[in-house]
Design a protein around this ligand. Structure first.
Ligand SMILES: Nc1ncnc2c1ncn2[C@@H]1O[C@H](COP(=O)(O)OP(=O)(O)O)[C@@H](O)[C@H]1O
Ligand SMILES: [Mg+2]
Length: 315
């Protein structure tokens, strides 16, 4: 697929003297998933709002579905679906009524609207709850309803702003599988997230946004190669034990201050058992043991030298 769904160049946005977007360039080929990864306050929602014409940029240009966001905002809006960070669901209406409302509001009311609503409720596993007020829905159900409402107009480009933040792991997985189904139908997805794992699971390309700038861009694998992988962390009680363990586990990295060793590992039971057996052979025991999967903090530390909270890390 060579067609471009979203192309932005030099997008800028400031609020007063605070620069929120400082020259954002990005390209999203049609039919792919692009993930904008960044912590709270990085500028993710602002980027989404600018690209979806909800907010005017102060500088730069972008085309979405081939239309200019500034001069052809209406055409852009007709081509896209947006599920915002904060739900568009009306709590007082039932799931079915929320969807029907979207159907009635949609630009070109379609025949068979009732059937489409029923199909969406079925597809999002909301049929049983269809006649209950949305106020009674769980967080996961609400997000699903929100996304179903976005799909009413059958958009080919969908913006999802933190679709799984605050969801339990099971609802998160359901959401991922819904997103994968959309991609399989050829829909282009622009997804923001705070979770490295989510970007890794879903995205063809990931851009890391930090304090108004893109600090890295690539496939999830390319990004992960730049950060420390999954590892086991062992904490010892004495420097002598740390020394001894470091001599045995030769590919480990040591943290003198914390008396800790970082040992590359896939975290699976087999490799963990081998590791512990090895320590046992030398009668070494660790006081603390943890398996560490890289997260957003690791990405930021590796790419920017600071953690998500923004505190500088001594080199
Ligand atoms: N309307 C606004 N007025 C002033 N500052 C804003 C406004 N909207 C967002 N900001 C600031 O812009 C920065 C980026 O916000 P946002 O795009 O919402 O980040 P994210 O979605 O990544 O959490 C934040 O520091 C936020 O406080
Ligand atoms: Mg946001």
């Amino acid at each position: 697929m060579t067609e471009t769904a979203i192309a932005a160049s030099g997008l800028r946005k400031t609020y007063g003297d605070k620069v929120v977007l400082d020259g954002i360039d990005l390209t999203v080929p049609s039919g792919t998933v692009f993930s904008l990864l960044g912590p709270n306050g990085a500028g993710k929602t602002t980027t989404v709002n600018v690209l979806t014409t909800l907010l005017r940029a102060d500088g730069g240009t972008a085309r979405v579905a081939g239309h200019d966001i500034e001069s052809e905002a209406k055409a852009v809006r007709a081509a896209i679906g947006v599920t915002g960070q904060f739900s568009a669901v009306d709590e007082l209406l039932t799931g079915q009524e929320n969807l029907q409302l979207m159907m009635d509001l949609s630009r070109a009311p379609v025949r068979g609207g009732k059937r489409i609503v029923a199909e969406l409720l079925e597809r999002f596993e909301l049929a049983d709850a269809a006649h209950r007020p949305a106020a009674t829905y769980s967080g996961g159900m609400r997000r699903k309803l929100d996304l179903a409402m976005t799909l009413v107009g059958n958009p080919r480009i969908i913006f999802l702003d933190e679709p799984t933040t605050g969801l339990d792991p099971r609802s998160r997985r359901t959401m991922w599988s819904i997103i994968r189904d959309l991609v399989a139908e050829g829909v282009t997805i622009f997804l923001t997230t705070q979770y490295l794992e989510e970007a890794d699971q879903l995205a063809d390309r990931v851009a890391v946004l930090d304090q108004a700038r893109l600090v890295a861009e690539g496939t999830p694998d390319e990004l992960k190669r730049r950060i420390p992988g999954t590892h086991v962390r062992l904490v010892f009680t004495t420097a002598a034990e740390l020394d001894a363990a470091a001599r045995i586990l030769t590919d480990s990295t040591r943290d003198e201050e914390a008396l800790a060793l970082r040992v590359p590992s896939d975290g699976g039971t087999r490799s963990v058992r081998t590791l512990l057996d090895r320590l046992d052979e030398y009668s070494l025991g660790a006081e603390e043991f943890s398996v560490h999967t890289p997260d957003l903090d690791d990405v930021f530390l590796a790419l920017t030298g600071h953690t998500v909270s923004g505190s500088e890390v001594a080199a």
